[in-house]
Design a protein around this ligand. Structure first.
Ligand code: URA
Ligand code: SF4
Length: 223
């Protein structure tokens, strides 16, 4: 029999009990695909243990890789701005990525340029986000950009067609996808940037409304 090639997957590293701290700890040593080789370290999700909202991005960027925390660079600032505009406290959300290691190529000079994770890498890393969602059980799940949306909602999902809509999914009671905040940074000029930001904020409004109504319900005295 030919030797079996090991499958590219994080699965063997994912503990099946121990909750979030156990996942965070185990993810540091993940070798489920090759992306760990060039990265500083694993950037796992962060936030409260019982969040109503989970936000999922693509993968850590240069700043996140160096800091070891998700969405702390320029895309994180756009995200913060949009969350603030709709009245969502980022401290109440759990923020994570579909892929947990920074994939990059050498640009001009010493710059590390973001490279898109491929299907093999996205699928390899999926057991981590699945485990996060299993232990967090958020009310609302928001996919930021097509990598997160396709990783979680299927490869045929089109953010451009369904952004800002509630999508039926077994992953959470309420699931929505919108653009990635870095797409706003790539807008060609100031007017396009402002328009893209306004659309991003518009997509996040139903999330904010839903969270606010859930809060009101749980705060009101029972019958
Ligand atoms: N982009 C992402 O998708 N995630 C991060 O954590 C930072 C930038
Ligand atoms: Fe593991 Fe995901 Fe990192 Fe690949 S990208 S090594 S699957 S944590």
């Amino acid at each position: 029999m030919p030797p079996r090639t090991p499958k590219t997957t994080a699965a063997p590293w994912v503990p099946d009990h121990g909750g979030l701290p156990a996942l965070q700890r185990a993810a540091r040593d993940c070798r489920g695909c090759d992306l760990w080789r060039k990265a500083t370290g694993t950037v796992f999700g962060e936030g409260p243990a019982h969040p109503d909202l989970v936000l999922v991005g693509e993968q850590p960027g240069d700043k996140e890789d160096l800091a070891g925390h998700p969405f702390v660079g320029p895309a994180g600032r756009v995200l913060d701005e949009a969350l603030e505009a709709v009245g969502i406290d980022r401290g109440h959300a759990y923020v994570t990525n579909a892929v947990k290691h920074f994939k990059w190529e050498r640009g001009s000079g010493q710059r590390r340029i973001h490279a898109k994770p491929n299907q093999v890498e996205i699928q390899a890393c999926r057991p981590w986000i699945e485990a996060e969602l299993r232990v967090l059980r958020p009310k609302v799940l928001v996919c930021l950009g097509s990598t997160a949306a396709q990783a979680l909602l299927g490869r045929t999902f089109r953010v451009t067609l369904h952004r800002g809509e509630w999508i039926p999914s077994p992953l959470a009671p309420h699931v929505l996808a919108t653009v990635h905040p870095s797409s706003i940074l790539r807008a060609s000029d100031e007017a396009a940037r402002a328009e893209a930001m306004a659309a991003f904020i518009r997509d996040l409004r139903p999330v904010s409304r839903l969270l606010a109504s859930a809060e009101t319900r749980s705060a009101s005295p029972g019958p």
